[in-house]
Design a protein around this ligand. Structure first.
Ligand code: DUC
Ligand code: ZN
Ligand code: ZN
Length: 486
């Protein structure tokens, strides 16, 4: 009699808190046993020499999404999810993006329809809110939060997306009442516009000036302001894609003051710099994202933040715009820096890059790697313990990593729908060989094994229960305090 559908043997299991030898028994998509000599199974995987990790959760990616200037991302829910899977992910969290004038309900229905027959791994959806009308705040958001859309991103920059401080307070207060989480793109729009105007007046149009216009001061000021607004109404907030030292410092300071402020960073702030934007012709457009890559000192500050508890989440911010008129050059081949589509791809390379440069080079432990790429996102975004760990009862979302697999990143080996990768030519050591989602073999022998549309939508739980979940980091988890204003 076969006891399990699947048994993983001889591997070393690593979670966010522990490393231990254990077999894993899987039945009907769940982990049903862990321990030694578990018995027989329909299918046995010998993971000798491999690392058995929770599947990755990419908590920030833009998939089949129209930008505010109505450019469609190059990846749909099929290519995006396939690419994510080949990079070790079993869950991803793209956005349902509201543009001004749109009903949130329509936006969500549309995103659900786009994902339904395409995603090959499990997915949830964050919202993007650009038009917080009374109806959005009083009717649509409360009911969508109850249905499992428990987090939303707001922008402090981009003309067609940005909200003002009063609107941010409305959203934060609403989020606090309903146990949702506000994610903030923190850059001061006025600062960016002020610098951009002066650059353009002087004829400085090249891609490299994107990094000049998006000054670190724009990011640090907006991050501080956003944190203060959250403090005022005692709301949880996650500052996304942090690129530089001062914003990172503000987050850590807020956390040390027991505010429920979380921080996210991304590969582009560890492995790229503003120098990448400074190339012949328009080549630098490939690296234009916001905030932009900075300098070596900023990279070091971001590495430090991954270690000292500033950042809980490491996401890709995959925003795939091809190097052609459908994407980067939607405003023309010789467009000035402020008209180039913002974003870099990174779903598939996020974890291998951090594994190789972080774990492989001793900057972070394997357990910190698991926390940053999977467990903390599950906790913060209401998916834990179903996702994000390897425990009895959780979904069998497992990535079996070969720590010795050396690969040179090349566009051709990736599975997204992009025509470049910013990490072309980088050598990495360590990549997942087998990726399993709810017990289904998704990737094996460098081949996709599941059907289009076989990923499941994940409604998420609002935070009251999740609010106090300890986040793995050297520093203690934050706890809200302050006036109960609301
Ligand atoms: N910046 C964003 O805010 N979103 C997508 C990509 C980018 O560069
Ligand atoms: Zn953003
Ligand atoms: Zn983004």
């Amino acid at each position: 009699m076969k006891k399990y559908d699947l048994l993983i043997k001889n591997g070393m299991v690593h979670t966010a808190v522990d490393s231990f030898e254990s077999e894993i028994g899987v039945s009907e998509g769940k982990i049903t046993a862990m321990g030694q000599n578990l018995g027989h199974a329909e299918r046995v995987i010998d993971a000798k020499g491999m690392l058995v990790l929770p599947g990755g959760i990419d908590a920030h990616c833009h998939i089949e999404q129209e930008s505010s200037t109505r450019i469609m991302t190059a990846d749909d829910f099929y290519s995006g999810s396939v690419s994510a899977a080949f990079g070790g992910n079993t869950t991803f969290l793209p956005f349902a993006a509201q543009h001004r004038g749109q009903r949130l309900r329509d936006v969500v229905d549309n995103a659900r329809e786009r994902a339904r027959n395409k995603a090959v791994i499990d997915y949830g959806l964050h919202l993007i809110i650009s038009d917080p009308t009374q109806n959005v705040l009083e009717v649509e958001l409360p009911s969508l939060i109850k249905e499992g859309y428990t987090s939303f991103k707001v922008y402090m920059t981009y003309e067609m997306l940005k909200i003002n401080d009063g609107e941010m307070l409305d959203i934060l207060a609403l989020a606090r009442r309903h146990g949702a989480l506000t994610m903030v793109h923190a850059e001061n729009n006025e600062v960016i516009n002020w610098i951009s105007e002066r650059l353009l007046q002087r004829g400085y149009n090249a891609p490299k000036f994107h990094a000049v216009s998006h000054s670190p001061v724009a990011e640090s000021e907006a991050s501080r302001r956003a944190i203060d607004l959250a403090r005022l109404v005692d709301a949880r907030m996650l500052i996304v894609h942090v690129s530089e030292a001062e914003a990172a410092h503000s987050i850590l300071q807020a956390r040390n003051n027991e505010l429920s402020i979380y921080g996210e960073t991304c590969p582009q702030y560890l492995f790229l710099t503003a120098k990448d934007l400074d190339q012949e012709g328009m080549e630098g457009a490939k690296y234009c994202c916001s905030p932009p890559p900075r300098d070596k000192a900023s990279q070091e500050a971001i590495w430090k933040g991954l270690k000292n508890g500033t950042f809980q989440v490491f996401s890709s911010d995959h925003a795939p715009y091809r190097f052609d008129e459908s994407g980067k050059f939607h405003a023309g081949r010789d467009a000035s820096f402020n008209k180039i589509a913002n974003g870099v791809p990174g779903l598939e390379t996020r974890m291998p890059l951090l594994f190789s440069e972080g774990v492989g080079k001793g900057r972070i432990t394997i357990n910190e790697f698991v926390a940053l790429t999977s467990t903390n996102a599950a906790k913060i975004y209401g998916l834990y313990p179903r996702k994000g760990s390897l425990v009895i009862g959780s979904d069998a979302d497992i990535a079996i990593w070969d720590p010795k697999w050396v690969r040179t990143i090349k566009k051709e080996m990736l599975h997204d729908n992009m025509d470049y990768t910013p990490y072309e030519g980088m050598e990495v050591k360590g990549w997942p060989r087998v990726v399993i989602n709810r017990g289904r073999m998704v990737v094996e022998e460098e081949t996709l094994k599941v059907d289009r549309g076989s990923g499941e939508f994940l409604p998420r739980t609002p935070a009251e229960a999740g609010r106090e979940l300890p986040i793995s980091s050297p520093l203690s988890p934050s706890r809200n305090f302050g006036a109960k204003l609301l």
